[in-house]
Design a protein around this ligand. Structure first.
Ligand code: MG
Length: 265
């Protein structure tokens, strides 16, 4: 069942979204060569708790056969796509690292991701980050009450494939609200004019995972870490958003916070 949220409910989700966006931006200066992923995890957990929130991913179970997720953030370095565990690994110059943050605040969930370059990255890595972020923007530009899910998927797929990249199929965007994963599921591939219609008050994520090579993925032995099957790079950006009468509103405004930070620098 797809739930449509009231103005009050969306205000709650705006606060949760703002919290995870601020957590992502706060982490930026710490994402550098030598830092352990576990240290980044600690910084975000402390920040979320200091703001009265709870880490949403910690203790999350995807199935009974996989251990509960141990981190506050999910990390994804280089060929890792999503859902990596933030362990003792140290980042190295030239890595790219996706940082996914989920927090529950006042009963509402915010979910967002940003892929950071670590130090100087290759031109290929830099282009992948740029195009993946453009894919997120192109998908978001298609959202509105007159549009369908296929319009978003098609916009993302066309742009990624134009650059020779693969769009991950098995994982997608999702409804969110009181729970991290609610209906509906959102594919990042599709055909225009097809699929479910957007309706005002829907709350969901758009989060294209774009691979430098083929779209195929594998899951590592830990039961969590998703990697590209061909070991090439993958990038991931995510916003939580709500459908409005004229389009949509982004609930996790890291793009605005980053712009502000850049202006101050
Ligand atoms: Mg998500």
């Amino acid at each position: 069942m797809v739930v449509l949220r009231s103005k009050n409910e969306i205000e709650g989700m705006r606060r949760a979204g703002d919290l995870v966006a601020r957590a992502l931006v706060l982490l930026g200066p710490h994402v550098r060569a030598g830092v352990r992923l576990s240290e980044l995890d600690r910084i975000v957990e402390e920040f979320i708790r200091s703001e009265g929130g709870e880490p949403t991913y910690k203790g999350y179970r995807s199935s009974y056969t996989v251990p509960a997720f141990p981190g506050t953030i999910c990390t994804a370095v280089n060929e890792e796509v999503v859902h990596g565990i933030p362990g003792p690994r140290r980042l190295r110059d030239g890595d790219i690292v996706g940082i996914d943050v989920g927090a529950t605040l006042g009963g509402w969930v915010g979910d967002t991701c940003y892929t950071y370059p670590v130090g100087e990255v290759s031109p290929q890595a830099s282009k992948l980050l740029e195009v993946t972020r453009e894919c997120l923007e192109a998908g978001i530009a298609e959202i509105g009450p007159e549009k369908r899910f296929g319009d978003v998927g098609a916009a993302i797929q066309e742009l990624a494939e134009y650059h020779g990249y693969g769009v991950v199929r098995e994982l997608g965007g999702h409804g969110l609200g009181h729970e991290l994963h609610e209906e509906p599921h959102m594919n990042h591939i599709g055909r225009r004019g097809r699929g479910m219609r957007f309706r005002e008050g829907m709350t969901l994520t758009i989060e294209p995972m774009i691979n430098e090579g083929t779209p195929e993925i594998r899951i590592l032995e830990d039961g969590w870490t998703v990697v590209t099957a061909d070991k090439k790079l993958s990038a991931h950006y995510e916003h939580s958003l709500t459908v409005t009468s004229s389009g949509c509103e982004i609930l996790t405004p890291w793009h605005l916070l980053l712009r502000k930070t850049a202006e101050l620098a």
